[in-house]
Design a binder for this molecule. Sequence first.
Ligand code: SF4
Length: 371
Amino acid sequence: MFRYRSKDLANRITEKLKEMDLNLRLMHVCGTHQDTVVRYGLDEMLKEVGVELRPGPGCPVCVTTAHEIDIAVSLAQRGVVVTTFGDMFRVPGSNLSLADAKAKGCDVRVVYSISDAVSIAEKLNKEVVFFAIGFETTAPATAATILSGVPENFSVLSAHRLIPPAMEFLLKMGEIRIDGFINPGHVSTIIGEKAYEFISERYKIPQVIAGFEPLDVLFAVYMIANMVKRGEATVENEYRRVVRPYGNERAKRLIEEVFEPCDCVWRGFPVVNGSCLKLKEEFSEYDAERRFEDELKEVEAREAREARARGGEEASGKKGCICGEILRGISTPQDCELFGKVCTPSRPVGPCMVSREGSCNIEFRYRRGRL
Ligand code: SF4
């Protein structure tokens, strides 16, 4: 991988970009890209040559809403064993995180995969729910597990989301100017190049799928800059060593067999059409939202009461936390008054500081020395 970290080549690319006299704002939608960008200082390097990089809704933990966490917490409080990935454990809901629920005696367990959650269900005589988060990258594993057969006491609380509808939504909203997208390597491995073409066609915006090494990102920026200069708006693929035009057909079939897209809210966003994955009718017995329908009605009623008490406003996170704005690309961690003072990875206020893929967490880990 060292050839993707050559300083000499990086300098040559930035020289070329400088000659192009650019004024571009590019967005990426991937926590791993943000890690690469900040770790290697690519954003600062690119700013010098007229290119601003903005992270969007690329952290799956961060975009999961307080309402979805409230549902998981509520199930745990009712004696259900709730299993989920480590980063999700500490993200606050409206009142409690799953970690808080565990501290109060609920059975919440961190797992590394859905198979671990199934193994727990096989050993217990209790209801076990897997709180499934993640984009197109993790949904195939959830689908494959359900298709392979799971115990009767096992169900899935799906918070899986799809990236292209969120990208389109950002363009439709038009809150900030976006001149091009750097598309996520991992998600693209599953969905392929073709899945993004409708965005370029409808919004005349260039997109480049990029890998995760620093030179991958710089090449992607260079490819977008060239498209802009040529007046083209298509999908190009910098990450050809991994991503195919149609992605991973088997993984896509698994998703299609088990899930169907539905409208849903993302943290910081209103309803994004067709952007979440819910279990199809034929798998409803494994759908925690249907299995625990009555309990969930209570969560909704409580949230409606709390929203009325707030004067009808949606719970968008803890007071002062601007994760929602950061996920929409209109603010940065430095715009948050709590960043690095009240909110740190050891005492996170919002999900963008909890998750290692969150912009605030990444900013703090690599640039805290400058605070
Ligand atoms: S620094 Fe903390 S409080 Fe501020 S936006 Fe980030 S997660 Fe939210």
